[in-house]
Ligand binder design. Structure first.
Ligand SMILES: Nc1ncnc2c1ncn2[C@@H]1O[C@H](COP(=O)(O)OP(=O)(O)OP(=O)(O)O)[C@@H](O)[C@H]1O
Ligand SMILES: [Mg+2]
Length: 522
């Protein structure tokens, strides 16, 4: 099968979507073989069987709760492995599970477009740190893709909104309420230049929290109606999760929805929920999103004119109503909130493909073939062919910021502290060098522990949960105590981190790879 298109993938916590940019300059989300254009990010793994991914895995989660893996995105880059199975006897990795979801998206897209799915851009939440980004890229590689880049979800949504709009520069907010997370990002759009100003997120706020609140309400009403008080087994909990999500979606259109609960012949009932009741039990969740939105508006300081609604949960009328009420100055813009991230990623993939970074291109061709030149020529010919099919008016230019502060662990007046070197909201790429002194004489290895945190402090107390990895400087063991060591932390424009150390005395430079087994493939 020939490679006709490049693709953008929104790898979501609850649903994923793959899109491409076609000959008519339209972004098209690919329907899965089951029909819908979004695929549940659910995987069923059983030893000796092929993995089952998407709607089929979600439908059977009730029957196979111990073998069904959901919300894997909240583990990626954090856990190296995790257990599943009835007694937790089986092991897999978040990267492997994510790769299964990506493979399924690739197969569905190939089936829909009749094009090989090779070159892709995958999106990540803006708040993802270095380990989560690297792990996501690794999942793409393991799925068999050539990952052209990783792009932040709000930037992708803004690209879909702003591409080729020849309007005045504007500052917008991207309000992304998805299935598992909430992201709020301020961006400046000037032509096809997309600059992130600042971002905030709540990693545990999304549609699933609304589902859980609805389940609690349904249980309460069921117990009041039937007198049942014996608890719910895991099959019934799974059943409720599916039926309450459906009821929530119905409530986005209708004023009432009903959920059937069956425990036994004696205890069963159809529970009716009104939109008012649903809004009431979920108002505290919405308040959290509104409060973070206000934080970002206040931090930016410059006027913001529009708010872009992204993520399936923004279909809930309560979200739009709260924004209208709390921020009457903002114009609300909502266009396919469940596709806009993957569509923007597809535009970005196309842009990256037809305007490749010459250095990157060279490096790639050298990596892939022994005769780099030949590959380069081939690639250029392909690009010309693609360019003949479609053209973009202007090249897309993205400016991202550090979404967390980046620092190293040091001894500060004898107390361990984290010293932030690159601060949150610094434009990327960024690189900062600081000089420290060795703590002991004749050290042969100095571990540099790297931390990312959502704060703006120059120094803060050590919190091991914030460590993202460590880089080790190997020394020859001759340095006295107090010898100067330069440490340089750099973040590339796609959010990946690099560490360099210099033994100033001997002028020996050590490029250190960050080690973190959450994204290691070994
Ligand atoms: N019409 C609707 N009304 C209410 N909620 C909806 C509707 N359609 C989808 N949702 C909810 O939107 C959520 C999925 O949204 P989306 O696909 O944007 O999330 P995601 O990308 O998986 O998550 P994240 O961005 O957090 O990784 C689910 O909780 C789903 O139930
Ligand atoms: Mg999403």
């Amino acid at each position: 099968m020939a490679e006709k298109y490049v693709f953008g993938i929104d790898l979501g916590t609850t649903y994923s979507c793959i899109s491409y940019f076609d000959e008519n300059m339209q972004c098209i989300p690919c329907p899965s073989m089951e029909g819908p254009t979004t695929t549940p990010s659910v995987v069923r793994l059983e030893p000796g069987c092929d993995p089952v991914v998407g709607q089929a895995a979600k439908n059977t989660a009730v029957i196979y709760p111990d073998h069904t893996i959901q919300f894997v995105k909240s583990r990626i880059g954090k856990d190296a492995t995790f257990n599943y199975g009835a007694d937790g006897e089986l092991t897999t990795t978040p990267i492997a599970v994510s790769a299964e979801i990506l493979k399924k998206l690739g197969e569905d897209a190939a089936n829909h477009t009749n094009s090989e799915v090779k070159r892709v851009v995958i999106t990540v939440p803006a708040y993802f740190g270095d380990p989560e980004r690297k792990a996501t890229a690794q999942a793409g590689i393991d799925a068999g893709f050539d990952v052209l880049g990783i792009i932040e979800e709000p930037t992708a949504a803004a690209i879909y909104y702003g591409m080729n709009k020849s309007e005045q520069p504007e500052n917008i907010l991207v309000f992304d309420l998805g299935g598992g997370t909430f992201d709020i990002t301020a961006m400046k759009i000037e032509g096809n230049n997309f600059t992130t100003l600042t971002t905030e997120g709540d990693h545990d706020l999304g549609g699933k929290n609304w589902d859980i609140a609805l389940i609690d309400l349904v249980k309460q009403k069921f117990e009041d109606q039937t007198g049942y008080c014996d608890g719910y087994d895991s099959d019934i909990e799974q059943d409720l999760l599916i039926s309450c999500e459906q009821a929530k979606i119905v409530l986005s259109q209708a004023q009432k929805a009903s959920v059937a609960v069956t425990i036994s012949r004696e205890y069963r009932a159809a529970i009716e929920i009104t939109r008012e009741e649903f809004d009431d039990v979920t108002s505290a969740l919405l308040d959290r999103a509104i409060s973070l939105t206000r934080t970002v508006i206040d931090r930016v300081g410059e006027p913001i004119t529009k708010i872009l609604m992204v993520g399936g949960s923004t279909y809930m009328p309560q979200v739009r109503e709260a924004i209208e009420r709390e921020f009457p100055q903002l114009e609300i813009y909502s266009n396919e909130p469940n596709h806009s991230v993957s569509k923007g990623a597809a535009i970005f993939a196309f842009n990256k493909y037809v305007n490749p970074d010459p250095e990157e291109l060279k490096e790639k061709s050298e990596r892939t073939t022994s005769s780099g030149e030949k590959a380069l020529v081939c690639l250029e010919e392909e690009i010309d062919t693609y360019k003949n099919i479609v053209t973009l008016e202007n090249e897309i230019n993205i400016v991202t910021v550090a979404t967390k502060s980046l620092g190293v662990r040091i001894l500060f007046n004898g107390t361990p502290k984290i010293n932030n070197l690159i601060f949150k909201d610094t434009q990327l790429p960024a690189s900062v060098t600081a000089t420290y002194a060795t703590n002991t004489a004749n050290a042969t290895r100095i571990p540099i522990r790297i931390f990312q945190a959502n704060n703006y402090d120059e120094y803060y107390d050590v919190d091991d949960d914030l460590q993202i990895g460590q880089a080790v400087l190997e020394l020859d063991g001759t340095l006295p105590q107090g010898a100067p060591i330069d440490v340089t932390l750099s973040i590339s424009d796609d959010g990946l981190i690099h560490v360099k150390g210099i033994d100033v005395t001997n002028n020996i430079e050590v490029n250190a790879n960050i080690e973190n087994d959450a994204y290691s493939t070994k």
